[in-house]
Design a protein around this ligand. Sequence first.
Ligand SMILES: NC(=O)C1=CN([C@@H]2O[C@H](COP(=O)(O)OP(=O)(O)OC[C@H]3O[C@@H](n4cnc5c(N)ncnc54)[C@H](OP(=O)(O)O)[C@@H]3O)[C@@H](O)[C@H]2O)C=CC1
Ligand SMILES: C/C=C/C(C)=O
Length: 332
Amino acid sequence: MVKAKKFVLRKHPEGLPKSTDFKLVEEELPPLKENEVLTEAVFLSVDPYMRAYMSTLSLDTTMIGSQVAKIIESRNPKYPVGKYIVGQFGWRTHTITDGASAAGSGPLIVLPDLGDLPLSLGLGVLGMPGNTAYFGFLEICLPKVGETVVVSGAAGAVGSHVGQIAKIKGCKVIGIAGTDEKGKWLTKELGFDHFINYKTQNVGEELKKVAPEGVHCYFDNVGGEISITVMNQMKMYGRVAVCGAISSYNEKETPKVTSPFRPIIFQQLKVEGLYVTRWNDRWMEGINQNLQWIKQGKLKYHETVTEGFQNIFNAFVDMMNGGNTGKAIVKV
Ligand SMILES: NC(=O)C1=CN([C@@H]2O[C@H](COP(=O)(O)OP(=O)(O)OC[C@H]3O[C@@H](n4cnc5c(N)ncnc54)[C@H](OP(=O)(O)O)[C@@H]3O)[C@@H](O)[C@H]2O)C=CC1
Ligand SMILES: C/C=C/C(C)=O
């Protein structure tokens, strides 16, 4: 008999979640039925969408999230023992699944052979955030050589990846993030052309200096006033991919921000929201392309790793507060 540990939601958080909003509980798992497999979590992901969904989850349900897990027992030939899968199993150590019920932030997949690369990349650059960057940026921003691209949330999992794809596509890239340390990583290591620290600089004034020609594409990970400021400096027919709004996820009421309609109308912007599961049927295309770029040295990644399943809440809050560079991961 296997005992799973899991975090359940005890209270709907107000503002930044507190550890007391969650409870760690143990659950005895039953023997496997035909077609089922038993998995053990190896890496868990902490992502901003978790905060956005927390208020809608029923109390006492397992906190949502994806993980890389090892198959340790199997009654399903599609999922042999010893293989690693990426599944939306939640904040839990052990899971019984038949492979069919996973949904939410990507399909359940058996991880392809990553060679010497860490399995945790299946939650980042070779997983949901990587596919968000790949499909979201290429399909919605439609970047062209020589164009100017702005990315907010630039030093995180999705943003750092978008900026690098923009460089691969021959664009000039400006990243907006919250610390100078992150800025150094973006410009010195990843090849971003410019960095703006939204906490210490005036985004509008800095953007005028580094992109006097105007902005063709904006990949928006944060929402709020930063995004309005960027949209006001976009070129005619600019494209905006609205990917995330982390600046508002901890707010009870949707914050009031300056209206974006003027630039949308007068600069005739194309503004499109995206949700990565739109491309579930092309999932492996994104993963294979990102893997190839890594192998070619064109795409770099960084992970901020927290050790210990019991520390997943701290890892989540740290990420929401900007403590991560690249992908925030928990190693069990
Ligand atoms: N639409 C989709 O399908 C998907 C959307 N997303 C969205 O993309 C965004 C980035 O996700 P992801 O890359 O996983 O997360 P990140 O790795 O970027 O981590 C979150 C980062 O957000 C920044 N941040 C926190 N609060 C604010 C704020 N008030 N204003 C500006 N920045 C803030 C912090 O960096 P800093 O130090 O710069 O403040 C923090 O490190 C999120 O909004 C997420 O919801 C992600 C995946 C799929
Ligand atoms: C799958 C993730 C979605 C968002 C909005 O973060």
